[in-house]
Write a protein that binds this ligand. Structure first.
Ligand code: F58
Length: 800
């Protein structure tokens, strides 16, 4: 830990005493019996105490000033661990570190005892977490609303190279950061019947569930402000059936509780079945409806009239998962509060805005009308009316909200929002020309761009203390709250002393990672090798299979010519595949199988090693990113909406090998083409290539390396006992190859060899790495949030 000095706050001894007090009086443990868990909890409570006053003050100030609040509705908040984050934001490093030292504990061991809150899947969820940090840092009154998943995303392990899924158990221990709010609870209904009274209706749900709030304070940089992450847990209306219990039906007596709890049990239940789909839709309505009721309750408690809602509440839909917010808000205003339908729609539109995170048509949610009518009968009728109103306004429109018996949640979100945003410049342009082409034509001012960003507090200050220390020594600590100040480093890039220190920070980070790989995973790596990292969800469009094919081809070439002066490389993979996505699971299996063969090859392994780390999560990202040399951002152009890992890696001085996709385009523009390894087709070229008959077969034929790598897979070089194991992957890459692995392979290979050459010249490499850091300042989520405030939310910071 860096020994940051605090100018205010408790003395070190005072802080240590606070930890001891919590150990004794909150946890009921004495020092001689305390476990690491007890100490971690005691430390967390002591830190949490420093948050509370600020949190209350922020809430009061928002009320006093009648401020507009931002509400971020998201199925995922991938917040990871909170202890270190709170310590860093409150600048309590020195106190916390010395308290642990005084008490004879190792600070890192205590901090690393905290489980990751795996309440998300990928970038969409992590973006929500970075936004919470930035909203608090900027002093914007805001709430994150989501689900308190008991198990979150599954825990991944590998058995014989195959992905296994087990429930995540982050809530098995007490969660130090949340406050249960039994009084903040709403009944959420499903099913039942609707009786019309004129244009209004009364919905009488057939079943109900209670949404109960749990609040986690989110403290901003230097503790200037704190907002709330409010997560809903599902509870039964009736806890326990005493009659059945008394009849001896013990299991049945507990059934209502078990059934109710399924709603907040896991993130992404397998929705390949009807019952899985139903659960997923219930989850979406559950948290959206509870959040809207909470928002209205707060608004009404301030005594405003309903037309004022858009002036007081900005409600952001993080993807389509909370898209039911449109009809639900109309229902609450129209059916329950008597506002005329058209006015209700207008008010709802004034509040709602929608972020799109994908252009993959199969990823844009659609719900069957049958299912929706069964669960949310009133909402289906309201969607029909919203659609009719849209049609009346635009008689020539072709795009409808319902089609082929399905409700299209992307289109519904678009129509119900006053702004719709993409998450990178390219993605936003493609939204206008592809998925939302017609709607964009009808509402040309609606789509805006807000390129994603990442919080510098977690993704530099906290995860990379060595580089952070050097940056602060060089330009002062203003960069943490204003990342664009990193540009001040540019003038030091020519300075030998700075460059030596920069290189040393990276090298020390790599040694630290190497040690961890050895101790936690039994893998031996050479910290002087190039650390080549691809960490993200496993998906065909992200093309982890392109990466592993290149590794196979390289292995074959090194074997043929082992003395050609190869640049030693460790390829590190991390990421989970959705449980029902079998192709992605095959990719994981293939990478693990290839790793087994390559890592045990005595000729090639000094130059090429493959490591696939199980259970990639936020904490693992915090370990890997500061130690990475090369960032693999190799998606098929046009498919990665933005990427945020690419930004974190750039900031931490990894050079990117990447396509012109998502935010890579903007990263390359900023860091300079000479500090970025570009390859592959553009989005337009990719579209055109798909039209060429047999494009993949032709590409394979034209590239002996690719053909040989594919043949090795088919011949069972990595699956001797089951030669056909990867038939699906081989046939896909040489057949339909929608994601253009074959067509981009040769260029990717070439770019990788340029990487080899560049890495062999450490001075130039480090210079490029330092320039990546110096030029990454624009990718702060503080900048992104300022953009949302100005262009979408029209809300303000309450800090000076
Ligand atoms: C990600 N989406 C995008 N979705 O892929 C990435 O380009 C972008 O940077 C990021 O959002 C933030 O804008 C993403 O993470 C999911 O995880 C889906 C959740 C629902 C199921 C399908 C995946």
């Amino acid at each position: 830990m860096p020994s940051e000095n605090t100018t205010s706050g408790p003395t070190n001894a005072g802080f240590r005493d606070a930890v001891l007090r919590h150990l004794t009086y909150t946890l009921g443990k004495d020092v001689s019996h305390a476990t690491v868990y007890d100490w971690r909890m005691a430390l967390s409570f002591a830190v949490r105490d420093r948050v509370i006053d600020r949190w209350f003050a922020a809430t009061r100030e928002s009320y006093d000033k009648g401020a507009k609040r931002v509400y971020y509705l998201s199925m995922e908040f991938l917040i990871g661990r909170l202890l270190q984050d709170a310590i860093v934001n409150l600048r309590l490093e020195e106190q916390a570190f010395s308290a642990m030292q005084d008490l004879g504990l190792d600070f890192d061991t205590v901090v690393h005892d905290e489980p990751d809150a795996a309440l998300g899947n990928g970038g969409l969820g992590r973006l929500a977490a970075c936004f919470l940090d930035s909203l608090s840092t900027l002093g914007v009154p805001a709430y994150g609303y989501g689900i308190r998943y008991e198990h979150g995303l599954f825990r991944q392990s590998f058995v014989d190279g195959r992905q296994m899924e087990a429930p995540e158990t982050w809530l098995q221990q007490r969660n130090a950061w949340e406050f249960e709010r039994p009084e903040a609870a709403f009944n959420i209904g499903f099913g039942g019947s609707v009786s019309e009274t004129g244009t209004q209706a009364v919905w009488t749900p057939g079943e109900g569930i209670v949404a109960q709030a749990y609040d986690t304070p989110i403290i901003g940089w230097q503790g200037a402000w704190a907002n709330t992450l409010r997560l809903w847990a599902a509870k039964p209306v009736q806890l326990f059936d005493l009659d059945r219990f008394n009849r001896g039906e013990f299991a049945a007596a507990a059934e209502p509780e078990a059934l109710a709890r399924t709603i907040s049990r896991v993130l992404y239940p397998d929705d390949t079945t009807e019952i899985g789909k139903e659960l997923r839709l219930k989850q979406e309505y559950f948290f959206t409806a509870a959040s809207l009721r909470d928002i209205l309750r707060r608004f009404e408690s301030e005594g405003h009239s309903l037309e004022m809602l858009p002036k007081k509440a900005a409600i952001q839909l993080n993807d389509t998962h909370p898209a039911i917010a449109g009809p639900e808000l109309v229902r609450l205003l129209h059916d329950e509060r008597g506002i005329a339908f058209d006015d209700a729609v207008e008010i709802a539109c004034g509040c709602l805005s929608y972020t799109n995170h994908t252009l993959l048509p199969e990823a844009l949610e659609r719900w069957s009308e049958g299912l929706m009518s069964r669960l949310l009968p009133r909402h289906v009728a309201l969607i029909e009316r919203i659609d009719a109103a849209h049609a009346a306004k635009h008689p020539h429109r072709k795009v409808t909200l319902m089609e082929h018996g399905e409700i299209k949640m992307g289109e519904l979100s678009f129509v119900m929002a006053h702004k719709v945003n993409g998450v990178s410049a390219l993605h936003t342009d493609l939204m206008k020309t592809t998925v939302f082409k017609e709607l964009h034509g009808l509402y040309p001012d609606r789509i805006v761009n807000q390129t994603n960003g990442v919080t510098p507090r977690r993704w530099m200050l906290s995860c990379n203390p060595r580089l952070s220390g050097l940056i602060t020594e060089t330009i002062g600590d203003g960069w943490v709250g204003d990342l664009e100040k990193l540009s001040g480093l540019e003038k030091s890039v020519g300075d030998a002393g700075f460059m030596e220190a920069y290189g040393k920070a990276k090298r020390d980070n790599k040694v630290q990672l190497s040690n961890w790989l050895q101790s936690a995973h039994g893998v031996k790596t050479d910290p002087d090798a190039l650390f080549d990292v691809q960490i993200k969800r496993i998906h065909e469009y992200k093309r982890q299979h392109l990466n592993i094919l290149e590794a196979i081809a390289l292995w074959q070439e090194i074997r043929e010519n082992p003395n050609a002066g190869w640049t030693p490389r460790v390829k590190i993979f991390g990421g989970k595949a959705a449980p029902g996505y079998f192709f992605a699971k095959d990719i994981i299996h293939l990478i693990n199988d290839v790793a087994k063969v390559l890592n045990s090859d005595p000729v090639t392994s000094p130059f090429l090693q493959i490591v696939f780390l199980p259970n990639y999560n936020v904490t693992m990202a915090e370990r890997l990113i500061p130690a990475s040399d090369l960032s693999e951002q190799i998606s098929t152009a046009g498919k990665e909406a933005s990427g945020t890992g690419n930004m974190k890696l750039t900031l931490n001085g990894a050079l990117t090998i990447g396509t012109l996709d998502g935010a890579n385009v903007e990263i390359r523009d900023r860091v300079g083409a000479e500090n970025f390894f570009l390859f592959g087709m553009t989005a337009d070229e990719a579209e055109a290539r798909r039209e060429v008959a047999d494009h993949a077969a032709k590409a394979v034929k034209a590239d002996a390396r690719l053909a040989r790598a594919l043949k090795a897979i088919s011949d069972g070089a990595f699956s001797a006992k089951e030669r056909g194991r990867y038939k699906g992957i081989v046939e896909n890459v040489s057949g339909p190859d929608y994601f253009l692995v074959a067509s981009d392979f040769a260029d990717y290979w070439q770019a990788q060899r340029e990487v080899d050459t560049a890495f062999a010249n450490p001075q130039d490499w480090m210079r490029a790495a330092a320039l990546n850091t110096a030029r990454a300042g624009w990718f702060s989520s503080d900048r992104t949030i300022r953009g949302y405030l100005a262009d979408i939310w029209h809300a303000e910071s309450l800090l000076g």
